[in-house]
Ligand binder design. Structure first.
Ligand SMILES: NC(=O)c1ccc[n+]([C@@H]2O[C@H](COP(=O)([O-])OP(=O)(O)OC[C@H]3O[C@@H](n4cnc5c(N)ncnc54)[C@H](OP(=O)(O)O)[C@@H]3O)[C@@H](O)[C@H]2O)c1
Length: 346
């Protein structure tokens, strides 16, 4: 197969510190049937990569591999059975791995158009984060105007998007974060609570004495009991991660399986509340086409909100692809508001 571009990519060679990331350059083959070449304009650091480098992501590929959950890029070449007019246009795509690269092959079916005038780095912050937040709010919790929700980790990539989308839907938001982020959370329209305060749950109860309609919990571990207890009758717990167990040695799947058992037990209780685990990839194996359609619909809505200014992308910092070590270090520093974005060399 003939080469179409020289691609620089960042490789995760095994369980390493961020400094263990490697750079390599290779010739990208021509796109196959149904594929395009995307020239990366922005990718970023998600919590997923922070877990992958520890070998702790639920279903990561074997090492070595190129991380990078999502990206914005411009199509530079199209393979057979791909509309040739895609060339030169800007798209967003979720790749799960592979996006930390200057150029990469992507299935054309996974492309979602980025509206004209939306900056690639801005769009990048709301791809997996925006879809996740939108689906948890509108497909899982089905929030309604006038309700009250709690967002744990409201400064993070998903958290800060959840806050804004909930506010846009007319929902009152209580957001937990370290005090350094409280001013930002207030600007986004949430009432902040310090997540290191030992009385955090009591503080939230003072703000919502009747209980809340939904809690979005990516922390997991024993503290998830506290999230469950915050719900009013009819309320929904949306669990979507186990950040609390990030540094534990051992199986990457065990904390998630323990969590599922706990959520199932709560659902069996006749107490008018429900507990869900949101999984971005759920339904893909059963019917890829409808999963892709749902993803495209939801991301299109989110990107429209970015285009009209209702959703303000939270870019924590920008690094170039060759500086991904620093990008990962910053994302892991526990000082960040929003998403750390990676852009090409200038
Ligand atoms: N289930 C799904 O399909 C799905 C999809 C997307 C994301 N997620 C999950 O969503 C979560 C957020 O992802 P992201 O990309 O938005 O991450 P991010 O931008 O790195 O934000 C991480 C958030 O988690 C907090 N955090 C970090 N370590 C923690 C710990 N040990 N205990 C409690 N809180 C901790 C951070 O607070 P500080 O800044 O104060 O450290 C921050 O608020 C992750 O758990 C990720 O796995 C799940």
């Amino acid at each position: 197969m003939s080469s179409i571009a020289s691609a620089t990519e960042v490789v995760l060679p095994g369980k390493v510190e961020p400094e263990g990331l490697e750079l390599r350059t290779h010739e990208l083959p021509a796109p196959g049937k149904g594929q395009v070449v995307l020239r990366m304009e922005a990718t970023g650091v998600s919590f997923a990569e922070q877990q992958m480098r520890r070998g702790k992501y639920y279903d990561q590929p074997p090492f070595p591999f190129v991380p990078g959950y999502d990206l914005v890029g411009t199509v530079t070449a199209a393979g057979e059975q791909v509309d040739a007019s895609l060339a030169g246009r800007r798209f967003a795509a979720v790749t799960k791995t592979g996006a930390w690269a200057s150029h990469l092959l992507v299935d054309a079916a996974d492309l979602v158009p980025v509206p004209d005038g939306v900056d690639p780095a801005a769009a990048e912050t709301v791809i997996v984060n925006g879809i996740t937040a939108w689906q948890m709010l509108h497909r899982t919790a089905k929030v309604r105007t006038g309700q009250t929700v709690v967002v744990l980790g409201a400064n993070g990539g998903v958290g800060s998007t959840l806050v804004q989308l909930a506010r846009h839907a007319g929902v009152t938001v209580i957001g937990t974060a370290s005090p350094r982020h409280h001013a930002t959370l207030r600007e986004l329209g949430a009432t902040p609570v310090d997540y290191r305060d030992p009385d955090m749950y009591a503080r939230i109860r003072e703000l919502a004495p009747e209980g809340v309609d939904a809690v979005f919990d990516h922390v997991g571990g024993p503290a998830i009991e506290g999230s469950w207890q915050l719900l009013r009758r009819g309320g929904t717990l949306v669990s979507y991660g186990t950040a609390a167990t990030k540094d534990e040695e051992g199986s990457s799947q065990l904390p998630v399986l323990k969590l599922f058992a706990r959520l199932n037990a709560w659902n069996a209780l006749p107490n008018g509340r429900s507990a869900h685990f949101y999984n971005f990839w759920a339904g893909k194996r059963r019917c890829q086409t409808s999963w892709q359609r749902r993803l495209a619909e939801d991301l299109t809505q989110v990107l429209r909100l970015v285009a009209d200014g209702s959703l303000v992308p939270q870019i924590a910092a920008k690094f170039t692809l060759t500086d991904t070590v620093a990008a990962l270090r910053l994302a892991e520093s526990r000082t960040v508001a929003g998403k750390v974005v990676i852009v090409p060399e200038t």
